[in-house]
Design a protein around this ligand. Structure first.
Ligand SMILES: CC(C)(COP(=O)(O)OP(=O)(O)OC[C@H]1O[C@@H](n2cnc3c(N)ncnc32)[C@H](O)[C@@H]1OP(=O)(O)O)[C@@H](O)C(=O)NCCC(=O)NCCS
Length: 171
């Protein structure tokens, strides 16, 4: 299994993996596969943080981290993360997160923010956003709103995150 940057030739397969990964999930919007394409058209898109896990010539998983302004500083939102149902529990999701963090850290980003499973992401350095003084403009269960301090700076954010409209189906 290798983790690499997405190429144009991957897009149909990424779409399929993301769609199948979220299919039937109660908390899913059903829009995650389209969100990937929309995010690529925004100013927050970072090609180096659009990553696939390739296994035996097939795309097994995908992750995207895009830029968001928090208190006038560019930080990252990790979303979406998807692993094909038949490829789960082999560490692919974790490998994608760690690879994304590695690239983000080198690029100098301070924090990655996400909304996700509170039992999954703490393994990869995420902690409740409230510990960083980060609030969210929309209502999210507080344990699902998490932040990773990529540089281990110990800094706080003390700000409110407004999710860009692209996350709600708008370009
Ligand atoms: C969440 C997801 C990306 C994990 O991918 P993966 O490659 O199976 O993950 P890994 O192999 O790195 O980790 C597997 C571990 O995470 C746990 N895990 C997987 N999904 C979990 C969840 N929703 N909540 C808590 N733990 C979870 C597994 O039980 C396993 O635990 P173990 O290491 O103690 O055995 C994958 O299940 C997926 O695509 N789910 C549907 C889409 C989704 O929920 N995306 C994330 C949005 S927040």
């Amino acid at each position: 299994m290798i983790i690499r940057q997405r190429t144009l030739a991957d897009d149909a397969e990424i779409y399929d993996v993301v769609k199948r990964a979220f299919a039937g999930m109660e908390q899913a919007s059903g829009d995650e596969q389209n969100l990937v394409g929309r995010l690529r058209k925004t100013g927050g898109y970072v090609p180096e943080l659009d990553l696939v896990a390739e296994d035996g010539g097939r795309i097994a998983g995908h992750v995207m981290l895009t830029k968001v302004e928090i208190a006038e500083t560019p930080q990252l939102i990790l979303a979406p993360l998807a692993v094909a149902p038949e490829c789960r529990n082999r560490g692919i999701g974790g490998a994608l997160i760690k690879a994304g963090h590695g690239v983000a850290k080198k690029a100098g980003f301070g924090f990655s923010v996400l909304v996700g499973h509170p039992a999954y992401y703490p393994k990869f350095g995420y902690r409740p956003a409230a510990l960083f003084g980060l609030r969210c403009a929309m209502e999210i269960p507080p344990e699902c709103f998490m932040v990773c301090d990529l540089q281990n700076s110990g800094a706080r954010l003390d700000a409110e995150l407004v999710f860009p409209p692209v996350f709600f189906g708008q370009d």
